[in-house]
Design a protein around this ligand. Sequence first.
Ligand code: C2E
Ligand code: MG
Ligand code: MG
Ligand code: MG
Length: 278
Amino acid sequence: AKAIAGGGWKAYDPAAAKRQRHSRELEHAMRGGLQKGEFFLQYQPQVDLRTGKLAGAEALLRWENGKFGLVSPAAFIPVAEANGFICELGRWALTEACHQAADWPDEITVAVNVAPIQLVRGDVVADVKHALALSGLPPKRLHLEITESAFVELSGPVCKALEQLREMGIAIALDDFGTGYSSLSYLAGFPLDKLKIDQSFVRKMSSDPQSLAIVQTVNALAESLQLDVVAEGVETETERQLLTAMGCEIGQGYLFGKPQPSEAIEEWYRTSCRKFAV
Ligand code: C2E
Ligand code: MG
Ligand code: MG
Ligand code: MG
């Protein structure tokens, strides 16, 4: 047993100790990996459902390590968030995404994920300005995706940073909408341009009437708040048609394309019109 904060005693938990060892090991490997160029980005198409054309792409971090192999972001992002390394990693992702997207056709936007802690602890505005200046990417081509938990901690300074970014012309999207804690009153006051409906709702939409109702309601809500909607996890033609009929602006999912290297995006742009025209 071990003394814990608060004065209690806790039995030694081998599973927890193992997890802790593993996450320390991952942390060490991540820090080295960023130096060695083990991280890279893949981009997933975001399609304008009204025209079938490629509207943009979301940058998704990938990590290929000698010992751990290709590690899923679901495994390393939470560790990087917990130990604060995400601030450095996120800054790298932002710079790399702007740099690569600067080579794409001018109409195509790039969406970069920003972890809550980057907003609270880091200086995202300075990071963004730096990335835009280095790459020459126009601010209107950059979108930032923020998960709902950030909005729970939306203090004055975070709000101000988001407002500054929007004044620069950068669009802010609320990621995984519906899975977090944000209440409707939060939504109204927040500096926001888009809602991304979480894939769990989209996935169940055609079989579960309640999920369908949620997706419909989010679309109606977004329309009255003058926000665009991005549907995540669109995998079937039925889902695409349902979303289009609801007035959902943008779709993203395996139906349109999996995350792929930057070079594939340009090719995608040229062929998307034919493939998904409505
Ligand atoms: P997210 O931002 O919600 O990204 C969407 C995730 O859903 C991606 O997983 C994507 O590959 C997956 N996905 C997209 N379409 C489909 C589909 O049709 N079916 C299914 N089953 N899955 C689909 P990925 O790449 O594993 O990323 C997981 C999460 O890791 C992201 O969720 C995001 O929260 C986080 N992440 C990735 N890159 C970054 C980053 O640069 N910074 C931060 N802070 N987080 C990141
Ligand atoms: Mg995202
Ligand atoms: Mg999401
Ligand atoms: Mg709409």
